[in-house]
Design a protein around this ligand. Structure first.
Ligand code: SAM
Ligand code: SF4
Length: 339
């Protein structure tokens, strides 16, 4: 295919899945060190390797031209990237033009009090905030040094700015497992959905996963003893399955890469802050987009490289955690790929 055609060709992979959702990790850095995500002495990428904000904008814009309708900024912690709001502001032009349906982000919430109203002003309507516990002591234990008050303040600022907040919590054996009903009541009480996530075997973190892994099938069975859970038909094309909770009136999601295969309807790809495209979270596959991006001001080379990578999107992931496989299935950390 010649470059000018490739620029606007929609992205359909070999299994007939149309790619309409892009997740962009704008930095691999973070102000926290959640123990399941990073080791305490995590080595970060040299700053020189990062795409500039202008390059990230160009990359996102190329994907939007090729049919991406939903764009999520993530990281690392997206809100610690210097001048990240310049990128959000400039990407918001695609919302105004109607090319993009949704611009959103996943954040740990520590910087939200500062940025919530500007995010809303840029057309962001919904955000995901990761919070695994409401207990300040456990929060510090999980994040190694985080202060929960900053996150709670950030969540309130987001709500006050009119942003819909969804809480994401990783289900952690012996850590927050007893607290999950309370976390759900709290979130639903504030009109926020809650999504529970299974620990995924990504990156070396200095300890084994088997100690952390709590299957959500078990969590769901326990919750079902206390609450009336009704399956909801809706799907985001993603790994989450949702139930309605009669007692709280809220929605509860389960992201179960380990116990449920969600790959058939996968509509997403991920780009890292160095311009590497990963078409599957659970594979080592990687395509460099930085080189074609920098090779010319024209986007034709970039569009060709995107098409080639989408043509190689694997059918499904390879995650596995058990006593024989207590090693990362994928060597890169979630903070690099963007969770
Ligand atoms: N820093 C932001 C945050 O924490 O929301 C965005 C990036 S973080 C990598 C995105 C999500 O991935 C968070 O909800 C986090 O809890 C989750 N996460 C990180 N490492 C994980 C792992 N190994 N397994 C499952 N979820 C993980
Ligand atoms: Fe940072 Fe998010 Fe990873 Fe926690 S999960 S260390 S907040 S990137």
């Amino acid at each position: 295919m010649n470059g000018s055609t490739a620029l606007s060709t929609p992205m359909t992979d070999p299994f007939g899945r149309t790619i309409s959702y892009l997740r962009v990790s704008v930095t691999d850095r973070c102000d926290l060190r959640c123990f399941y995500c990073m080791s305490e002495d995590m080595t970060f990428l040299p700053k020189a390797n990062l795409l500039t904000l202008e390059e990230l904008d160009r990359l996102c814009t190329a994907f939007i031209a090729k049919g991406v309708k939903k764009l999520r900024l993530t990281g690392g912690e997206p809100l610690v990237r210097r001048n990240v709001m310049t990128l959000v502001r400039s990407l918001s032009r695609h919302l105004s033009s109607g090319a993009l349906n949704e611009l959103t982000l996943t954040t740990n919430g520590t910087q939200l009090a500062k940025y919530a109203s500007e995010l809303a002003d840029c057309g962001v309507r919904r955000i995901n905030v990761s919070l695994d516990t409401l207990d300040p002591r456990k929060f510090r234990e999980i994040t190694r040094w985080g202060e929960i008050d900053k996150v709670l303040e950030g969540i309130e600022a987001a709500r006050a700015a009119g942003l819909a907040v969804k809480i994401n919590a990783v289900a952690l054996k012996n850590l927050n497992e007893d607290e999950l009903p309370q976390l759900m009541r709290w979130a639903h009480g504030k009109g926020m959905d809650l999504t529970l996530i299974e620990v995924m075997p990504m990156g070396e973190i200095g300890s084994g996963r088997i100690d952390q892994y709590l299957p959500l099938s078990l969590v769901r069975a326990r919750l079902a003893q206390q609450f009336t859970l009704t399956d909801l038909a809706e799907s985001t094309g993603g790994p989450a399955r949702y139930v309605g909770v009669a007692e709280t009136g809220g929605k509860l999601g389960f992201i179960t890469p380990m116990t449920h295969n969600f790959c058939e309807s996968c509509n997403r790809v991920r780009v890292t802050c160095t311009g590497t495209l990963h078409t599957c979270l659970g594979h080592e596959d990687a395509s460099d987009l930085r080189k074609p991006l920098r090779a010319s001001d024209d986007d034709a080379l970039l569009a060709d490289a995107i098409d080639r990578a989408i043509g190689l999107k694997p059918k499904g992931h390879d995650f596995i955690i058990d006593r024989r496989h207590d090693r990362p299935s994928v060597s890169r950390h979630m903070s690099v790929t963007g969770g």
